[in-house]
Design a protein around this ligand. Structure first.
Ligand SMILES: O=C(CO)[C@H](O)[C@H](O)COP(=O)(O)O
Length: 238
């Protein structure tokens, strides 16, 4: 039995096998993506030539520390591969993301990537999304009204706070409303309803974006989920 952190590490390091010379890579955010960034840093120091874009200021700082060459967005047309974490995922690779507050940059980066590979430990896989509160990035202006609109969708909303009590502010200067639905039986419908609310910048439902998920399991192996529902049992299957 391996620890949750080792499950994350195993999954993240497996995903770095898809990184090839010359690629432009999106670097995700969070404690699982962290291990992918460390491994990519090691690969770069061993001579691999890649360029990267980070999905948060935290991941950018880590990438710089690791010696990973970062490219300005204006110089990138499309990314070859993004490796990122998730807070929940179902067997159709529908995701809840944003636990780390980086969902807006993560979604933009995923949208402009040829391939999005999700890395997660097995505790993140669910049969139905919703136990994890859905993070929604909202603008500070009239945020109380936006919270009211979100509440009308059937959830309880908590505005995210920093440990020292003030509001948590994203890298984009916005707030995060964590929306507890308990169950999200129709993520597609909820996605378009939340997306149409004024004051909402972006939400953490990622639907039809992930191509693959690498799941780190308790027995130290990985399980690979592909979009379209097929599951590769062989831990070394790509
Ligand atoms: O969406 C995210 C950050 O906005 C993260 O990918 C997500 O919260 C998972 O984080 P972790 O790997 O630490 O469990």
């Amino acid at each position: 039995m391996v620890s949750e952190y080792n499950m994350k590490k195993i999954a993240a390091e497996h995903a770095t096998k898809y990184v090839q010379a010359g690629m432009k890579i999106g670097l995700g955010t969070g404690s699982t993506a962290y291990y992918a960034i460390l491994k990519i840093g090691e690969m770069v120091r061993d001579g691999l030539s890649i360029q990267a874009v980070a999905t948060s200021e935290a991941s950018e700082k880590l990438a710089v520390e690791q010696g990973i060459p970062l490219i300005p967005l204006r110089e990138v047309d499309r990314l070859d591969l993004t490796i990122d974490g998730a807070d929940e995922l179902d067997d159709q690779l529908r995701l809840i993301k944003g636990g780390g507050g980086a969902l807006l940059r993560e979604k933009i980066t995923a949208f402009h990537s040829e391939r999005l590979v999700i890395v997660a430990d097995d505790t993140k896989t669910v049969t139905q999304l919703g136990a994890f509160p859905l993070p929604v990035e909202i603008v500070p202006f009239a945020y109380e009204w936006t919270i009211q609109s979100l509440t009308q969708l059937g959830c309880t909303v908590q505005i995210r706070h920093k440990p020292d009590k003030g509001f948590y502010v994203t890298d984009n200067g916005n707030y995060i409303a964590d929306c507890k639905f308990q169950q999200i039986p129709q993520p597609e419908e909820l996605s378009s309803r939340i997306g149409s609310l004024p004051g909402v910048v972006e939400h953490g439902l990622f639907i039809g974006m992930a191509d693959q998920a690498i799941i780190g399991c308790q027995d130290g192996t990985v399980r690979i989920l592909h979009s379209g529902n097929s599951v590769a049992k062989n831990p070394f299957d790509s």
